[in-house]
Design a binder for this molecule. Structure first.
Ligand SMILES: [Zn+2]
Length: 137
């Protein structure tokens, strides 16, 4: 049985369709595939897929949220990359303080609010351990 995946844009409610990255990135495309809102570019919402699949990485995001997710990830990764916790522990810690179920801490699904919360918490813990923040954070 083939499961049809219907993805809706959380901003404008239109359907999202799978397109070549060039549709959004033009010449900067690396051949990736993206789910793009059918109202693009009026509605600037899209999300990538897991390499070689049609599975979206997360929910569609506009420019601001895409940027927040990138920064949240950079700050979060710095915690386990510096050995403050293992990667697995870091995810458990994050899920715990956010009050979300185990194995649901996927930054690609996070809202603006969750990203902010995560960035704040990560900055705090990095600063407490005198670990330099990523440039720009
Ligand atoms: Zn949209």
């Amino acid at each position: 049985m083939k499961k049809r995946r219907k993805i809706t844009c959380p901003y404008c409610g239109a359907a999202a369709v799978l397109r070549e990255g060039a549709y959004v990135y033009g010449e900067r495309s690396k051949g990736e595939m993206l789910y793009v809102c059918t109202n693009y570019p009026a509605c600037d919402a899209y999300v990538g897929v897991h390499h070689g699949t049609k599975r979206p990485l997360g929910t569609l995001a506009d420019a601001e949220l895409r940027n927040k997710r990138i920064w949240a990830h950079k700050l979060f990764d710095r915690i386990w990359q510096n050995g403050l916790m293992t990667r697995k522990e870091a995810y458990r810690w994050m899920e715990y303080f956010m009050g979300i179920p185990k194995d649901t801490g996927h930054i690609a699904n996070f809202s603006d609010y969750r990203c902010e919360e995560l960035m704040k918490k990560c900055r705090q813990i990095l600063m407490n351990h005198h670990i330099e923040l990523p440039i720009g954070a």
